[in-house]
Design a protein around this ligand. Structure first.
Ligand SMILES: NC(=O)c1ccc[n+]([C@@H]2O[C@H](COP(=O)([O-])OP(=O)(O)OC[C@H]3O[C@@H](n4cnc5c(N)ncnc54)[C@H](OP(=O)(O)O)[C@@H]3O)[C@@H](O)[C@H]2O)c1
Length: 256
């Protein structure tokens, strides 16, 4: 296939998904979108649609195969799918009882484990890109504040987002030497609070395109404001560090 850049957007709906796709398409990308409700195949607007349920990561090899065959090897992968139910804010762990524990498993899959498995496939795909591919080799996960702040009625959702944040941080260090970049993107208010329903798709499109094409890895936990600018709400403190697995460090009687 030609060197036209390719966006694979996993979990594309009417809000963020649609705006991100439009921005990348206008920037000259071929666009492939994945959701459960999409009519599959090449669309009139040039997008390639794949119907898949990201609750089962077993669909991932087929998705990458189809995109590569029809649009080219993805140069940028965005994971944007979201699926969860609220937990009881007074008793969040009640969800984990036998009658409702399936909610935990599905939230973990769609928002946590499937995106981490998608990262594996993205890494494999990026390695197959021609060496002169100028832009891309970027994976962006749409996050929120839950990897940094626990909200009582979002136990399942928060566990999942945190799982993915861990994977993103690790990959941003481990694959930097191969020119790959990984981001947990999170729009916040100027006070550092979650934007909730006010999340802005147009801004996300611009920020993601900018991140996708940036030559260097920027902060992996990419908290940004409505003006699209990065804002560090942790005063530079890192809460996850990546260290060599063989380095055992014990403090106060336990491995930290
Ligand atoms: N920073 C913040 O404060 C903040 C605020 C709001 C949202 N967000 C984040 O923004 C992201 C996007 O949210 P949005 O509402 O704008 O998304 P959207 O692009 O409008 O829709 C996401 C799409 O994901 C698809 N999806 C859900 N479960 C799926 C599954 N099992 N398999 C395949 N596709 C699935 C759905 O399509 P189908 O139903 O067709 O499958 C849905 O339309 C989420 O990750 C959310 O957590 C962050």
């Amino acid at each position: 296939m030609s060197s036209t850049p390719v966006l694979l957007l996993l979990g594309a709906g009417s809000n963020l998904g649609s705006s991100i796709a439009t921005t990348f398409s206008k920037a000259g990308y071929r666009v492939a979108l994945v959701a459960r409700s999409h009519e599959p195949g090449l669309q009139k607007n040039g997008y390639f649609h794949i119907r898949a349920d990201l609750g089962d990561a077993g669909c991932m090899p087929g998705i990458f195969e189809e995109v590569t065959k029809n649009m080219g090897i993805p140069t940028v992968v965005v994971y944007n799918a979201v699926q969860y139910k609220l937990d009881d804010e007074k008793d969040p762990f009640a969800t984990l009882g036998p009658e409702t524990v399936s909610r935990f498993h599905s939230a973990m899959a769609v928002n946590g484990t499937t995106p981490v498995i998608a990262m594996h496939h993205a890494i494999e795909a990026f390695r197959k890109l021609p060496s002169d591919t100028a832009k891309g080799r970027s994976f962006i996960f749409t996050g929120n504040i839950l990897n940094r702040a626990a909200t009582p009625n979002r136990l399942c959702f928060g566990c999942a987002k945190t799982v993915c944040a861990y994977g993103i941080k690790m990959a941003s260090v481990m694959y930097a030497s191969e020119g790959m970049r990984f981001y947990y993107a999170d729009e916040r208010t100027s006070e550092g609070l979650p934007v909730m329903r006010d999340i802005d798709g147009t801004v996300a499109g611009k920020v993601y395109l900018d991140l996708a094409e940036a030559p260097e890895q920027r902060p992996w936990n990419y908290t940004y404001l409505k003006d699209g600018k990065y804002q560090d709400f942790e005063d530079g403190r890192e809460y996850i560090t990546v260290r060599e697995a063989s380095t055992a460090e014990f403090r106060k009687g336990g491995r930290d």
